[in-house]
Write a protein that binds this ligand. Structure first.
Ligand code: ANZ
Ligand code: ZN
Length: 819
C-alpha cells in the first residue's frame, strides 16, 4: 500500500481554510451565535505541550461541530503573555522579556496553526501589547474612581526567590506557585481590588451556572460565607468589633485574641509587654501565612484588657498566631469551655474557663474539663438567658445587643480583596503617580497606556526602579514632582476580561464595542484546566460584574458552560515533565502519525475530563484507523446501502450528535469506528453514506475528511457544510442489539461445548480492544453467563492473561480465557 503524505494534505487544507477565511466571523446574518473558547495559553519558550494540544483539540472539535450545526461560531485564541515566568525565563537566557515572549508566541502560533485549529486568527490577542494592557489600566482607573482599587498596608505572601508578593491563591501550600520556594510574611503597602464588594453576588449566582459541581463547590468554599454577629468589645475606652458565629457563648468569654497584624495593634500593646511581644513577632515573620494556619496555637499577652459588653468583666487581650488580620475584625472573643482552639490556648497560658452551655444528659465541671464542649445544650451562667437552648440564645442575645447598640447581626466572607501589586517588570504598570502633596494620583485616561520602559536592569529587586527617567514625572494634579507607581499588576487581571476583547480586538477608542460584546457573550462553552477553579474563574466573574455595573455589559456571568479537561500522564503513569524526560511532544507525534491521528487519539482513550496515560500503541491504533479509511476511499465502491448500513448510519448520526453535545468524545469515536468497520466489511455503500460518515468524523479529523470529501467530487468545504440528520425509522432494532447481548450469546454456546466435554468453568476472562471497554458491562456479562467475569483492555499491562488470549481480540469479539 502506498504511503499517504499526511503533511501535504494538512498543509493543503490549512492553506485553503486560511485563504477563504472560513473561521473569520462577524456579528451578522441569520445564524444563531455560538462562542466557543479555550483558556488562552501562557506562551512558554518550550512550545506547545500535550496538555495544550488536548485542551485545544477538545475545543476545536466542539467548535467544528457547532459550525456544522449551523451556528455562527466565534472561536478565538491568544496569549497570556505577561507574567513572571516569561521574565524569569528571559533573565535566565539573557534576553529581554519582550524578545523572549515574541519568539515564544511566534513558535506557538506556528505550532497551533499546524494542528489545524479552527481559530479566527484575525482576533489574536497578546496581553503584553500596550494596546491590550492599556485597557487593563483603564479598568484599574475605573475601579479607582469608584473606590474599588485602593492601597493598604497589608500582610502579604512574599516569595524571596521571585522577589515578589503573591496572591493567597498563588501561595496556597506555603510555597510559591511558580518556583516552589517557601513563602514568607511581609508587611507592605499594596494595591488591592475590592472583589469583596461582589462577594454576595459571586456566591449567589454560582448555582445557576452549568459548571462542574466540584468547581462550583470550591468557589463557594473559597468565598466562604459565615452567618453571625459583630460584638463590640472595648479596649482602653475604644470600641473593637469582633465577629463571632457563637453569640450564645458571650458570657463564657474569658479572653480576647488579636491578630499580630491588626491595624491598631500598636495601641493595644503596652510598654511593659513590648519586649515579649517582639520576640513572638520575630518568630512569626519567618513563616508563611499558610504555615501559620497549621502551626500550634501560640500567643503572647499584650498587656491590655478588654471589657465584655454584657458582663462588664475585664478580660486579658492576647496576641495570637491563629487570628487572621482581615477577617472578622482581626480579633476573636475566646470561649475556652466551648471552642477547641480556645481551650488549648487557655490551657497553655493558664487562662480560666467558664462553662455557659450545659449538655442535656451530663454535667460539665470547670475544674476537670479535659476538652471543649462544642455541642448543643442549654445556657447557664448567662443571666437572663439561662435555660434557653443555645440556638435560641444565639438569636436572643444578638437582639439584646442590637437594642443596646453593642452588637449587630452580620455575615463574614472568607474571600479577601485581591492583592494585585507585583514588584516585577513584566506586567501592566499600575497607572498611578505618587505626589508628595496630592498623594496617589490617577494617570489621566488620555495618557494611557503607561508603557513599560524597555530600558531597565534585571537583577535584584524590581527592574522598574532602575529607570529613573520613567519613574520621575510631573504630578497630573499639581504639576509638582511626582513618581510613577512601580508595582505592576498581577497577570490574572489580563485574563479576567480577554474573552470580551476578542469580540472587538482592534478597537483603539474604547475597551470594546458594547454591541459586539453583547452579540457574542456570554461564552457558550469554556474549556480549560480545573486548576483555575478559584483564581481565574472567580476573578473573571468579578470583572464581568464590575464592567456590567459600569454599563458596558448586559449579562452577569462570563461563561454559561464550563468544561475541565483531564491530565495526560506518561506511559508509565507519571506526570509528564522535562526533568523526568518523559515528555511526549505533540509536534513530533503529529509529524510521525499525522495531525488527525493525534487529534483522534487524544479524545478516544478516555472521556476528555478524565486523566489518561499516553500510549504509543494507542496513537498507532488511531493512525491505522485513519489510514484504513483513507485507503478504503481510494478504492471506493459506491453502491446501494444495505439495510444494516442504513440502520447503523442513522444510529451513529443520532448518537454521535448527542455525544458531541455532552463532550463524550470517546463514545463518539467508538461509534464512528463501528460504522466504518461495518462499511468496510460489506465493501460498499452509497455516496450519501460515505458523505455522511465523513461529516461525522470531520470535527475529529478535519484534514483527511476535507481531502476525501474532495475526492468524492465535492467543490465546497466539508468543514462549513452541515451536520446530517438521522431518520429514526431507519434504525432497526435487530441490527443494533447491544454488545453485551451479542457476547453472551456466542460465549454461552462455546461454554456449553466445553462443559459438555466435562470441563468446569467458574471464571471467564475477557480481553477487549480498547474502544470497546466502555461498551460492555461486567455486571450484565456476569448475569448473562452465570460465571465470575473479568474484563480487561488488551492494552492493560497488568491483565491476567496466562495463554495470551488477548491477542485474539478483534472488534465485536473479545479474546476469552476460561478457568
Ligand atoms: C466565639 C466562639 C465560641 C467562636 C465558640 C467559635 C466557637 P467561621 O465559621 O470560619 O466564620 N474568628 C473570628 N474572627 C477570626 C479571625 N480573624 N481569625 C481567626 N478566627 C476568627 O468562624 C468564625 C469563628 O472563628 C468566630 O466565632 C470566632 O470564634 C473565630 F464556641 O467566636 B467564634
Ligand atoms: Zn501633586
Amino acid at each position: 500500500m502506498e504511503e499517504i503524505d499526511f503533511k501535504k494534505i494538512e498543509k493543503k487544507w490549512q492553506k485553503k481554510w486560511d485563504e477563504k477565511k472560513i473561521f473569520n466571523v462577524k456579528e451578522e446574518g441569520k445564524k444563531e451565535k455560538f462562542y466557543c473558547l479555550e483558556m488562552f495559553a501562557y506562551p512558554s519558550g518550550s512550545g506547545l505541550h500535550m496538555g495544550h494540544a488536548l485542551n485545544y483539540t477538545i475545543g476545536d472539535i466542539f467548535a467544528r461541530f457547532k459550525i456544522l450545526q449551523g451556528f455562527n461560531v466565534l472561536h478565538p485564541t491568544g496569549y497570556d503573555a505577561l507574567g513572571l515566568p516569561a521574565e524569569n525565563a528571559a533573565i535566565k537566557v539573557g534576553t529581554h522579556p519582550e524578545e523572549y515572549t515574541k519568539n515564544s508566541m511566534k513558535n506557538f502560533t506556528k505550532q497551533m496553526k499546524s494542528l489545524g485549529f479552527s481559530y479566527d486568527w484575525s482576533r489574536l490577542i497578546n496581553t503584553s501589547n500596550p494596546n491590550y494592557y492599556k485597557w487593563d489600566q483603564w479598568i484599574f482607573l475605573k475601579m479607582f474612581e469608584r473606590g474599588l482599587a485602593y492601597q493598604k498596608e497589608s500582610n502579604v505572601n512574599w516569595c524571596p526567590s521571585c522577589e515578589t508578593v503573591l496572591a493567597n491563591e498563588q501561595a496556597q501550600n506555603g510555597a510559591c506557585d511558580r518556583c516552589n520556594t517557601k513563602v514568607k510574611v511581609k508587611h507592605l503597602n499594596q494595591w488591592f481590588l475590592k472583589i469583596t464588594d461582589y462577594a454576595d453576588e459571586l456566591l449567589d449566582k454560582i448555582d445557576d451556572l452549568n459548571w462542574p459541581e466540584r468547581t462550583k463547590l470550591m468557589q463557594k468554599h473559597w468565598i466562604g460565607k459565615s452567618y453571625g454577629a459583630e460584638i463590640d468589645f472595648s479596649i482602653n475606652g475604644e470600641k473593637y468589633p469582633v465577629f463571632t458565629t457563637r453569640s450564645d457563648t458571650i458570657y463564657g468569654v474569658t479572653f480576647v485574641v488579636v491578630s499580630p497584624y491588626h491595624s491598631k495593634i500598636k495601641e493595644i500593646i503596652t510598654k511593659e509587654q513590648k519586649k515579649e511581644v517582639n520576640v513572638f513577632l520575630k518568630k512569626l515573620n519567618s513563616v508563611s501565612e499558610k504555615e501559620i494556619a497549621i502551626l500550634e496555637k501560640e500567643g503572647v499577652f499584650t498587656g491590655s484588657y478588654a471589657i465584655n459588653p454584657l458582663t462588664q468583666e475585664k478580660i486579658p487581650v492576647y496576641m495570637g498566631n491563629f487570628v487572621v488580620a482581615d477577617y472578622g475584625g482581626g480579633m476573636v472573643m475566646a470561649v475556652p469551655a466551648h471552642d477547641k482552639r480556645d481551650f488549648e490556648f487557655a490551657k497553655k497560658y493558664g487562662i480560666k474557663t467558664k462553662i455557659v452551655i450545659d449538655p442535656v444528659d451530663f454535667e460539665l465541671n470547670e475544674k476537670n474539663l479535659t476538652e471543649a464542649y462544642t455541642e448543643e445544650g442549654t445556657l447557664i451562667n448567662s443571666e437572663e438567658f439561662n435555660g434557653m437552648t443555645n440556638s435560641d440564645a444565639k438569636e436572643k442575645i444578638v437582639q439584646f445587643l442590637s437594642k443596646k447598640g453593642l452588637g449587630r447581626k452580620t455575615t463574614q466572607f472568607r474571600l479577601k480583596d485581591w492583592g494585585i501589586s507585583r514588584q516585577r517588570y513584566w506586567g501592566a504598570p499600575i497607572p498611578i503617580i505618587h505626589c508628595g502633596k496630592c498623594g496617589a494620583v490617577p494617570v489621566p485616561e488620555k495618557n494611557l497606556p503607561i508603557k513599560l520602559p524597555k530600558k531597565v536592569k534585571f537583577g535584584k529587586g524590581n527592574p522598574l526602579l532602575t529607570n529613573e527617567k520613567w519613574i520621575n514625572v510631573k504630578c497630573p494634579k499639581c504639576g509638582g514632582k511626582g513618581k510613577r507607581e512601580t508595582d505592576t499588576m498581577d497577570t490574572f487581571v489580563n485574563s479576567s476580561w480577554y474573552f470580551l476583547r476578542y469580540c472587538d480586538v482592534k478597537n483603539n477608542k474604547k475597551i470594546f464595542d458594547k454591541e459586539k460584546v453583547g452579540y457574542w457573550n456570554p461564552v457558550d462553552m469554556y474549556i480549560g484546566g480545573a486548576e483555575h477553579a478559584c483564581m481565574h474563574l472567580i476573578y473573571s466573574r468579578f470583572y464581568v460584574k464590575f464592567l456590567r455595573d459600569l454599563g458596558l455589559l448586559n449579562f452577569d456571568e462570563p461563561a454559561k458552560r464550563l468544561f475541565h479537561q483531564g491530565m495526560i500522564h506518561s506511559e508509565e503513569g507519571e506526570k509528564m515533565s522535562k526533568s523526568k524526560g518523559n515528555v511526549v511532544d505533540p509536534m513530533s507525534i503529529s509529524k510521525k502519525y499525522g495531525v488527525d491521528a493525534l487529534r483522534f487519539f487524544l479524545v478516544s482513550v478516555a472521556s476528555p475530563d478524565k486523566d489518561f496515560e499516553w500510549s504509543e500503541k494507542g496513537i498507532q491504533g488511531s493512525f491505522k484507523f485513519i489510514k484504513k479509511i483513507y485507503d478504503f476511499f481510494e478504492r471506493l465502491k459506491i453502491g446501494k446501502d444495505s439495510e444494516k448500513i442504513l440502520s447503523k448510519l442513522n444510529l451513529t448520526i443520532k448518537n454521535v450528535g448527542e455525544y458531541l453535545e455532552n463532550l463524550e468524545y470517546r463514545k463518539a469515536t467508538i461509534e464512528l469506528r463501528e460504522l466504518f468497520d461495518l462499511i468496510y466489511e460489506e465493501g460498499k455503500a452509497s455516496r450519501d453514506t460515505f458523505e455522511k460518515f465523513l461529516k461525522l468524523i470531520s470535527p475529529f479529523c478535519p484534514h483527511v475528511s476535507e481531502e476525501l470529501w474532495e475526492k468524492l467530487g465535492n467543490k465546497n468545504f466539508i468543514t462549513t457544510n452541515f451536520w446530517p440528520e438521522f431518520k429514526e425509522v431507519q434504525i432497526i432494532n435487530k441490527f443494533e442489539g447491544d454488545l453485551n447481548k451479542k457476547i453472551i450469546e456466542s460465549i454461552s454456546e462455546i461454554m456449553r461445548k466445553f462443559e459438555a466435554r466435562g470441563d468446569k468453568i467458574s471464571k471467564v476472562y475477557f480481553y477487549f480492544v480498547p474502544f470497546e471497554i466502555g461498551k460492555v458491562s461486567q455486571k450484565k456479562l456476569k448475569e448473562g453467563l452465570g460465571k465470575e467475569v473479568f474484563i480487561y483492555s488488551v492494552q492493560d499491562k497488568k491483565k491476567y492473561d496466562p495463554e495470551s488470549r488477548s491477542k485474539k481480540a478483534r472488534p465485536g469479539m473479545p479474546g476469552i480465557y476460561f478457568e
